[in-house]
Design a protein around this ligand. Sequence first.
Ligand code: NAI
Length: 271
Amino acid sequence: MKNIAGSIAVVTGAGSGIGRATALALAGQGARVAVTDVAGDSADKTVEAIRRDGGEAWAFRLDVSDPGQAGDAATAIAESLGVPAVLVNNAGIAVGGLFLDSSPESWDRIVAVNLMGVVNCCRAFLPRMVESGRPGHVVNIASMLGYTALRGVSAYCATKHGVVGFSECLRAELWDHGIGVSTVCPGFINTNIIRAGILESSDEDVEARRAQLDAFFQRRSHSPDKVAQAVLSAIRRNRSVVPVTPEAWAAWYSKRWAPWLVARLARRRLA
Ligand code: NAI
């Protein structure tokens, strides 16, 4: 999709981090942005930031794990703004801790948000996008953990591998409709993801570990804007899988050319 200006773009989880940066970047290119988030007040703040910059945006409360809310949001956006050309499925949470310490509840939650959230929003928004007959683009934010592995994040990794597989099938199915699908796979980005995430451990102080991981993510200092620029490029160039940040590229090539190295690094504790 070459021309983003004037199109309607929906971003999920746009109240913080990568979603907020993506909403701002799309608005900066002239898109009219539906800013959605489970936390409505944070969506409002993103809308204010976009409008301050002279862009056009509207806030909608949407919990992507609820298929009913996704359907209602798709209808409300179509009726108030029009049919979107761009859908960015960004909303996500982190769950950390060894598999043997993990609870069924945290697995259910992360699958519901990170994987089914993407499916729910595609199911809700795509029929109108296809029916419109106009070019469009879906961007699913996965992770480098969508194609590689790391100890202590099995549930997160499982959902992101699911997003990569789903997106590649969807790309094939939507090709003839002129709707591109990109899977953007960032490495470590400095956002709220660790502070907002679920951590589980049987033998460690969870809050001390959270502080340690958060400090690690801040030290990496890759900004969410870097991912937002990758989203714009993915839409314009109809790119398929898009690693972002050097560690994501390193994992991408190592997985192909040195899988033994990836397996060895996966056994190391992060931070
Ligand atoms: P963040 O925590 O800063 O932002 C996530 C946003 O999603 C928040 O505004 C939150 O309210 C919203 N959200 C959470 N659950 C939701 C739900 N059920 N429905 C709707 N909105 C919901 O995190 P960040 O880092 O910006 O994450 C965005 C996406 O990027 C996620 O899918 C994450 O997995 C992915 N990602 C993040 C990386 C990082 O290092 N920060 C690396 C790779 C991928």
